[in-house]
Design a protein around this ligand. Structure first.
Ligand code: AMP
Length: 342
């Protein structure tokens, strides 16, 4: 791995459950790219997490490649960072089982996200219940003793990170000190990008109503249309207050994230919603257009993309493999022996 300013490892996973949207780009991808010189960055496409709900296999494969190409197009350097696809590092699935044998049914069932996603469904995949335990494997495999590991988590993932820490702690107590406990850190600016059509809910790549979701690969005219039609608030005053003015505050948050400025400071510079929307549209298109050009180049050479991902998997395996072997031995599983070894 290249040299970085600190020895901290930062781990981020992106689920290919839909096309990446502006919230992913501004709150997860761009901060990851900006931080890649300071910390050892491990970025993976969490394709196994996308199996927890009904999915289309061909679509999943396409979205996995697309997400990887977007990370590269956004400026992630695959030499400086370890960029890989989760399923291509089978250590994650093996460690998941070890940690399933550390976690309890009760604590998994209590996860708020599980209750929300499973609620009202007739049939729920078992993996939806155990998904936070796979998340623990994704992180703890890179968290050897003495390692400083940080995980950018939004509020909705806070409970899962607590579970990751609880499992690491329990494993250490039961089988001997094996894992460092990861720290949760606020991702990027901390802004939550809200849906443009429904500013009361988070912008999400899985929302079937797409009028309020700006996808990273939306053509510029579509991006402009979605932003110009964004729902704003009744009183026509441009002020930053996410509680009473969620629509306009969201536009200010987006502009603030894109320009690296404070949303409150920007509010004072606008008298009308129309002017603000026009500037947000210009700023977002200015970020997306060059990214989309690089994306077209990268995805135009699928063999090279596959090679970059294979190299990333090899590097992830070199880190995760020895960690997994230690955990397996600590649990009493025999190390793999070779038939010709005497
Ligand atoms: P996900 O789309 O759930 O796979 O999330 C990938 C990353 O993007 C996570 O770090 C999320 O917290 C972040 N993210 C997703 N949607 C938003 C949003 N609307 N606003 C801010 N961050 C987001």
């Amino acid at each position: 791995m290249e040299t970085h300013r600190t020895s901290t490892r930062r781990i981020t996973g992106i689920q290919p459950t839909g096309h990446l949207q502006l919230g992913n780009l501004l709150a997860a991808v761009r901060p990851m790219v900006a931080g890649q010189h300071d910390v050892h960055t491990l970025a993976f496409i969490a394709d196994q997490h996308a199996l927890t709900v009904d999915h289309d296999p061909a679509r999943l494969a396409g979205l996995t490649r697309e997400a990887a190409a977007i990370l590269l197009a956004a400026g992630l350097d695959p030499v400086r960072c370890v960029l890989f696809v989760q399923s291509q590092v089978p250590e994650h699935a093996v460690a998941h089982y070890l940690l399933e044998s550390t976690a309890t049914f009760g604590e998994s069932r209590r996860m708020i996200q599980f209750r929300e996603k499973a609620g009202g469904q007739e049939s729920v995949r078992l993996s939806l219940l155990t998904y936070p335990v796979l998340m623990a494997a994704d992180i703890l495999l890179y968290a050897g003793v003495g390692q400083d590991v940080e995980v950018p988590v939004g509020e909705d993932q806070g409970q899962h990170l607590e579970l990751v820490r609880a499992l690491g702690r329990r494993f250490n107590r039961r089988y001997g000190l094996t894992f460092a406990l990861p720290r949760g850190v606020q991702p990027g600016s901390g802004a939550r990008i809200m849906d443009l059509a429904e500013p009361g809910r988070k912008m999400e790549k899985t929302n079937p109503a797409t009028a309020g979701v700006v996808f990273v690969l939306d053509p510029p005219d579509v991006v402009r249309r979605k932003i110009l039609r964004a729902v704003t608030d009744g009183d026509r005053v441009v002020a930053y207050d996410p509680v009473t003015r969620p629509g306009v505050s969201n536009l200010l948050d987006i502009l603030g994230c894109v320009l690296g400025r404070s949303a409150t400071g920007l509010a004072g510079e606008y008298q009308t919603y129309a002017r603000l929307k026009a500037d947000v549209a210009d700023a977002v298109v200015a970020v997306l257009e060059p990214l989309q050009r690089r994306f077209a180049d990268i995805s135009g050479d699928p063999a090279e993309l596959a090679r970059v991902l294979a190299a990333g998997s090899e590097r992830a395996t070199a880190l995760a493999g020895p960690m997994l072997a230690v955990a397996q031995q600590r649990m009493g599983l025999l190390p793999v022996a070779h038939a010709d070894a005497r």
